[in-house]
Design a protein around this ligand. Structure first.
Ligand code: CP
Ligand code: NVA
Length: 318
């Protein structure tokens, strides 16, 4: 046991003090090791005490899971969080990121940031002397993908060769699922309406990182895309910041609803995942969500375990 942990720690210590801005900031080996550490923490086999370190949370968008799971993860590591809501800091009055980041680096040990543009997140990382974590941008949601693949690994006992079909908008969640899945050997099919596919550069990036024969494909017919799927994944049709497109998107995405009819075309043992929050009756029906709720809430729980593992690694707790 001790030697298994030593080998896990040696793979992960190279990530100490590193930023986690994209799923691609971790390599395949590091992701597998992080998932192992998350499982150890989840089982209660390992206690890591970081000794009163502080995580700063800068959230420009709403959040339940990400915010609370980071707060609880930090508490379990013997640390604390400070809420740096832009409305109550000078950020809201336009203090530049380059000043804010340098000041916060003098008080905090790590920052988790939820904002709109990936460039803004990168600016924080550029000016901070402490690690920065992507807590969701319009481009990626890498902490979510870690929890998603931990959940899939728990359900199927492996990741290599698992067929995941994501049905819906080619958004931040889809991007991180592709990049992270490619490195873990998962076959990821993204099926979106025409014009709502993921950015071609992200698809290329995912393909270039592919390991263990992972295939990444993009298509537009959900009834074809779910054939052979062991995991069907969906997310909202209009993400935060796209509220004014909601009605238009409801019409365009109607065929991409995850319902009984679609699920019946997938593998017999298929599980449904959703990052939540869900819009019942839009991307997923009430029945589909409730019949799969144990998986979906396991997935939400796993946010806590992967983020606790991530913080422990970044803050040198191994
Ligand atoms: N899945 C997710 O990131 O949820 P929150 O928006 O509640 O953080
Ligand atoms: N794609 C969604 C994910 C929410 C967790 C959004 O960005 O709003």
């Amino acid at each position: 046991m001790a030697s298994a942990f030593t080998s896990l720690a040696s793979k992960l210590t190279t990530f100490s003090q590193k930023n986690f801005l994209s799923s691609s900031d971790l390599n395949s080996d590091q992701i597998f090791s992080l998932l192992e550490l998350a499982k150890e923490l989840k089982k209660g086999n390992r206690r890591i005490d970081l000794g009163n370190r502080v995580l700063g949370l800068i959230f420009k968008k709403a959040s339940t899971r990400t915010r609370v799971s980071f707060q609880v993860a930090m508490a379990r590591l013997g640390g604390q969080t400070v809420d740096l809501n832009p409305q109550i800091t000078q950020l809201g009055r336009g203090e530049p990121i380059k000043d804010t980041a340098r000041v916060l680096s003098r008080y905090c040990d790590v920052l988790a940031i939820r904002t709109f543009s990936q460039q803004e997140l990168e600016a924080y990382a550029q000016w901070s002397t402490i690690p920065v974590i992507n807590a969701l941008t319009d481009l990626e949601h890498p902490c979510q993908a870690l929890a998603d693949y931990l959940t899939i690994q728990e359900k199927f006992g492996q990741l290599e060769g698992v067929n995941l079909s994501y049905i819906g908008d080619g958004n931040n969640v889809a991007n991180s699922l592709m990049i992270c899945g490619a490195m873990l050997g998962v076959n990821v099919k993204i099926c979106s309406p025409l014009g709502f596919e993921p950015d071609a550069q992200i698809v290329e990036k995912a393909r270039s990182l592919s390991e263990f024969g992972s295939k990444i494909s993009i298509s537009n017919d959900p009834f074809v895309a779910v054939k052979g799927a062991q995991v069907i994944y969906t997310d909202v049709w209009a993400s935060m910041g796209q509220e004014e497109e909601h009605l238009k998107r409801k019409e365009i995405f109607e065929k991409f609803k995850v319902d009984k009819k679609l699920i019946e075309l997938a593998d017999e043992e298929v599980i449904i995942l959703h990052c939540l929050p869900a819009h019942r009756g839009e991307e997923i029906t009430e029945d589909a969500l409730e019949s799969q709720s144990r998986h979906i809430f396991d997935q939400a729980e796993n946010r806590l375990h992967v983020q606790q593992a991530l913080l422990a690694v970044q803050l040198g707790g191994l």
